[in-house]
Design a binder for this molecule. Structure first.
Ligand code: HEC
Ligand code: HEC
Length: 345
């Protein structure tokens, strides 16, 4: 963006001696010849922030109906059809009344203080893999829809510059100016306190999560597996609560005929793969569905394992490396693949 138009500037490279002479020349109020004036268009491209009162919002008119279609196409694979969040992708709806829980569900509806931030955020950052690919109008539509998913607006609501600024978010009043004295000090420019005499005091109150250290306390479970199990149960309940329906279509697994390798993979499958493969989400072959697996199984185990570990884009969708769980060892993935394959023959 910066262009060196002026030959004088290139002289700087010649050395300090020369540059001192040039400095003299620069002391006149002459332009340096560096850079160029940003165009209106360039400025508009950067100047996209929207303030809490709605200042900065473009013109537009968003409807729930248009937003729903767009959301399902561009957002639901990650955030879930109802904003319940797929796997570990962020939850966008629900969570009201959980902020004081051990694991609060912070969502647009339960947490965010301003609706205008939603417009700003989506426009600048979403969809995650293609930020700024939506038009201002599309952002209006999908913002309206996310508000609707959170039951903040009704089905016939029309989102405009004016109506957006008027929305009161449920958790707004829980944001306040930090009352602690140390954030209020005025900056000292003159006759300041002697830094040697200042003392920093701190307290652990409200910081140490006691539950972590107390055996049997109502806090994280004792073992990793138990913790995973606990979280899965909570996740099921949470989703069912938001969607108002039982989500999982259970598949029948022939436990008796599983090899040792496959049996060892059951827990990994349930913790890391079932979210997609349990129901065929995002085009994944559903475990237990032999039609969906027969052609794949013919590729052979090494190929399947390679695809599971390193990721794979096939005809039906995208298999993320290790299902997005890069913390899994290759061995664990192998066990899970064995479990999936043997359960789907
Ligand atoms: C590929 C997955 C993916 C897709 C598709 C996607 N998002 Fe996101 N979204 C994310 C991730 C990851 C974050 C968290 C980003 C971060 O914290 O830096 C996020 C965060 C958000 C948040 C903020 C959540 C919060 O409470 O902090 C909103 C709102 C949101 N997305 C809306 C959308 C909308 C609307 C779309 C569709 C136009 C969309 N997203 C598409 C992955 C996705
Ligand atoms: C986010 C969803 C998602 C998760 C999580 C996920 N998968 Fe997949 N997986 C897919 C999709 C989609 C495909 C189909 C890709 C295609 O063929 O187009 C797939 C395909 C596969 C295949 C077949 C590959 C082939 O060559 O046909 C295997 C094996 C597999 N996944 C294993 C796993 C394992 C093991 C895990 C857990 C560690 C896992 N997947 C987690 C989405 C997922």
């Amino acid at each position: 963006m910066f262009k060196l138009r002026d030959t004088r500037t290139s002289l700087i490279a010649l050395g300090v001696g020369v540059s001192v002479a040039i400095m003299g020349a620069f002391s006149h109020a002459e332009p340096l010849g560096l850079g160029e004036t940003a165009t209106e268009e360039q400025i508009a491209g950067w100047d996209i922030d929207i303030r809490p009162d709605g200042k900065g919002l473009p013109e537009g008119r968003g409807t729930i109906e248009a937003g729903e279609a767009l959301y399902e196409e561009r957002c639901a694979t990650c955030h879930g059809l109802f904003g319940e969040g797929e796997g570990r992708w962020p939850v966008l709806a629900g969570g009201q009344g959980t902020l004081k829980d051990e694991r609060p569900t912070k969502t647009v509806g339960s947490y965010w203080p301003y609706a205008s931030t939603l417009y700003d955020y989506i426009r600048r950052a979403m969809p995650f893999t293609a930020p700024r690919s939506l038009s201002d109008q599309q952002v209006y539509d999908v913002t309206a829809y996310v508000l609707y998913l959170n039951e903040i607006v009704e089905e016939d609501f029309v989102l405009t510059k004016e109506s957006l600024a008027g929305i009161e978010m449920p958790n707004k009043d829980n944001f306040f100016v930090d009352p602690r004295p140390d954030v209020k000090n005025t900056r000292c420019m003159d006759k300041c306190a002697d830094p040697k005499k200042l003392m920093i005091a701190g307290t652990l109150k409200g910081i140490t999560p006691v539950g972590h250290f107390v055996e049997g306390a109502d806090a994280p479970a004792a073992s990793h597996d138990a913790q995973m199990e606990k979280e899965r149960e909570e996740e099921k309940l949470r989703k069912a609560h938001i969607t108002g329906e039982a989500l999982s279509t259970q598949h029948k697994v022939k436990a008796a005929s599983l090899s040792e390798l496959a049996l060892a993979g059951k827990a990994t499958y349930e913790g890391a793969c079932k979210v997609c493969h349990g129901s065929g989400l995002t085009g994944s072959p559903k475990v237990g569905d032999s039609d969906a697996w027969s052609a794949r199984i013919k590729k052979g185990m090494p190929q399947l394992l390679d695809h599971a570990i390193h990721g794979f884009s096939g005809d039906t969708g995208v298999m993320p490396p290790k299902g997005g769980r890069v913390d899994l060892s290759d061995k664990q993935v192998e066990q899970a693949v064995a479990y999936m394959v043997e359960s789907s023959q």
